[in-house]
Design a protein around this ligand. Sequence first.
Ligand SMILES: Cc1cc2nc3c(=O)[nH]c(=O)nc-3n(C[C@H](O)[C@H](O)[C@H](O)COP(=O)(O)OP(=O)(O)OC[C@H]3O[C@@H](n4cnc5c(N)ncnc54)[C@H](O)[C@@H]3O)c2cc1C
Length: 408
Amino acid sequence: MSQTGTGPIPQGTEEPSYELWEPLDPDVAGVFRDVPAEDRAYRERAREFVQTEVRPVIAGIWDRAEYPLDLAKRLGELDLLRDGVDVPGFPEQSLLAASLTTMELARGDGSVATIVGVQGGLALRSVAWCGSEAQRERWLAPLARGTELGAFALTEPTHGSDSVSLETRAETRPGGFVLNGHKKWIGSGSVGQLAVVWARGDDGQVQGFLVPQDAPGYRATTIEGKVSLRAIWQAHIELDGVEVGEGARMPGANSFKDTARVLQATRLGVAWAALGQATAVYESAVHYARQRVQFGRPLAASQIVQARLAEMLSQLTTLQTLLMQLTRAEERGELSGPGASLGKFTATRTARDMARNARDLLGGNGILLENRVARHFADIEALHTYEGTETVQALIIGRDITGISAFA
Ligand SMILES: Cc1cc2nc3c(=O)[nH]c(=O)nc-3n(C[C@H](O)[C@H](O)[C@H](O)COP(=O)(O)OP(=O)(O)OC[C@H]3O[C@@H](n4cnc5c(N)ncnc54)[C@H](O)[C@@H]3O)c2cc1C
């Protein structure tokens, strides 16, 4: 009950503040014990960034739904923005280093990890894998440094899970192309410099184009009113007769298979982000259970609370083990599409369940932004949906199990 207007708060009712951010580094199975030093260094840098630069400001930024462009730039300065993509002049960054970076960033905040997913995972990777020499020369370094922001524009208002059926057109004209269509949910699509636009060419195939965000006819509106990932902006984009030169078409993007190759590479990254969020809610739940006193003893002294924490640790350990194994398989070039789907499917489901449990364990404090868990509770919803919903991942796995496609 509120004490407002009732005079001084009686002694003994003043609530202590809770320390919920201290890393606990749960690693029961020793999953991270043998991580090579150079990969560990990326993880530590990401953690330091989170603790010193994200933690003090993120609840307010999230509440005000601001896009922290300064943090995006810092990610570039710290070489945390590349998602493991090779860029000339930059040190080698292994897949494991990129995965651990994503996990640590998401442990701090889901939007911050998503900034990396969009910039490095999708935009930079598309240019690196599908772009011409000239396109790579122009865009790779600025995108990796975060001095220019890129977007990956695939989803359309009427084509989400079936983005393979996209309707944006790229008509060939003398000297280039004219793009017409609509895109929805495009991260950094209204605040960046470049958009990687996927459109259907004259041959009916999906092709990739590098479109400057200030091109005439490119109109981006930031989507407002989100209850998830409020600290990164997505845009609704209208492409209204956008003219680009021949040099805008990526020569390595000739069908949806090329788009899917980029998407599959980032799918496991989303799973690692979910693991970061799962770690955050677990840590906060443990801290809170120790600090919160009810019925004259800490919540942690209750058998039921201990059982709940044990359940969460079990889920977390299982997820760590799975994702490490899948990442090792990918490093060996052995990870299949359904394998990546299994990682994302398991990770976002698990993190979502753990966030729900932790939110409840914090009682009313669990819905306050200042207490960390509510932000992750809301943010995990978007991860559960983007880059292929839970159901779409299940359909990919199911097709692999049965040999029968159940999509249509
Ligand atoms: C925060 C956020 C950021 C995003 N960022 C980007 C971005 O940067 N670039 C980009 O291109 N896109 C982006 N997306 C789009 C994202 O990839 C899509 O939202 C996602 O693919 C799902 O599409 P949809 O939202 O249209 O849902 P729908 O496809 O309409 O799905 C609605 C529901 O139907 C289910 N469903 C769909 N098909 C089937 C089926 N065959 N059988 C059974 N169930 C089915 C789904 O699982 C889901 O539960 C983003 C989305 C969000 C929310």
